[in-house]
Design a protein around this ligand. Structure first.
Ligand SMILES: [Zn+2]
Length: 368
């Protein structure tokens, strides 16, 4: 059997898989773009949106992966003067206020992390961006700065009794992949696997994303790719297209449901992963936001109950890949051509293959 066959991760998927991932950031994700007043106008009741999304998932019996900004998990901080933020770029931390959840809940939201941790069914908690949602490709984001941002982000979650195994980058800006496994991260969400998203936050990118939405383009199924030993990239297939009035005038809400449905069908047919991502606060941009989310979950449950797909979290998929590699690849082969590991790459660093550690079900280990 040619070697390439034994590297085909697609064989590990007997049917379609769906991952729902949520970037959970409150105002941390916007700290360089808007102040609190602007944030409240743009996303009315963003805090309530997190609770509603969790309630919808619990009612539907669906497990999702919540990527949380570390700072949100803190009980409070001294803001820019906080020792945990010392060493991060001053122009970045200058916008972070000191406080606790009772005074500054748009920043500190320890109680929500607690609710998430105790929710049933299991909701995975990963890390989003680090401690402060720093953008890792920013000119000020040196390796040392990013190392601290990541280490303090992991620590903040650990203090909330969460051991993060999965990670998503702020604004999909991938960098310093090698730091992730060193901090216990086994998988990350790579940039959305379509040309429109590869173009990033440019005008061409915006137009391409609009065109994809107008055409109801099918979101591509993805397969995990081991970008570094023990680090799996599971890119997004689709990000929820914004639902504010400016966008829905051009492309009505129904396209979001149509594309979700197409993504499900493609993953089931090709036995891949449909990885759907959104920000909870984006659902507040339209009065129909939550009924849209419920419609999406209804579709998902119907397809799951038919047996066409299974719903997994990020670290569950990574654990499956680790088990697969232990079984299929008894010896590391660093000379193997990188293209032989079938997957959708989001342009990570060079690929090397080696034996990694195996770990048990994340349900037992990720949230102690
Ligand atoms: Zn973000």
């Amino acid at each position: 059997m040619p070697l390439v066959e034994s590297y085909d991760v697609r064989k590990e998927f007997e049917g379609g898989v769906v991952i729902l991932s949520l970037d959970t950031e409150q105002i941390w994700g916007y700290l360089d773009q808007m102040n609190e007043a602007q944030f409240r106008i743009r996303y009315p009741d963003a805090l309530g949106a997190h609770e509603k999304v969790l309630a919808c998932l619990s009612n539907a019996g669906v497990s999702a992966t919540w990527f949380i900004v570390g700072g949100m998990a803190l009980r409070g901080s001294d803001g820019a003067r906080d020792v945990r933020m010392a060493g991060l770029p001053a122009e970045w931390t200058a916008k972070i206020p000191g406080g606790v959840e009772a005074t500054t809940p748009l920043w500190y939201r320890h109680s929500f992390v607690e609710r998430l941790r105790k929710a049933r069914p299991f909701q995975e908690i990963g890390l989003h961006g680090g401690l402060t949602h720093l953008i890792w490709t920013d000119a000020a984001a040196t390796r040392d700065v990013v190392k601290q941002e990541l280490a303090e982000g992991v620590k903040a979650l650990e203090q909330a009794s969460v051991r993060p195994i999965s990670f998503s980058y702020g604004r999909e800006q991938e960098a310093y992949h090698e730091l992730l496994p060193a901090h216990g991260i086994r998988c990350y969400r790579g940039r959305t696997a379509t040309r429109a998203f590869q173009l990033g936050p440019t005008l061409r990118g915006k137009l391409a994303r609009l065109l994809d939405e107008l055409r109801r383009s099918t979101p591509p199924p993805v397969w995990p790719q081991e970008t570094l030993p023990g680090l799996w990239n599971i890119p997004s297939s689709l990000f929820l297209y914004p639902i504010g009035a400016a966008r829905t005038r051009v492309v009505g809400l129904q396209s979001r449901i149509d594309r979700f449905s197409r993504g499900l069908a493609a993953a089931a047919r090709l036995r891949g992963i449909f990885h759907f991502s959104l920000h909870p606060e984006n659902l507040t941009e339209s009065r129909q936001g939550f009924s849209l989310f419920e419609d999406i979950l209804d579709l998902l449950i119907r397809v799951r109950d038919r047996g066409d797909i299974e719903i997994m979290t990020m670290s569950e998929v990574a654990a499956r890949m680790e088990r697969w590699r232990e079984r299929e690849l008894p010896e590391p082969d660093v000379d193997a051509p990188s293209a032989s590991l079938t997957g959708v790459s989001a342009g990570g660093p060079s690929e090397t293959k080696s034996k990694g550690d195996i770990y048990d079900s994340p349900k037992q280990h990720s949230h102690s």
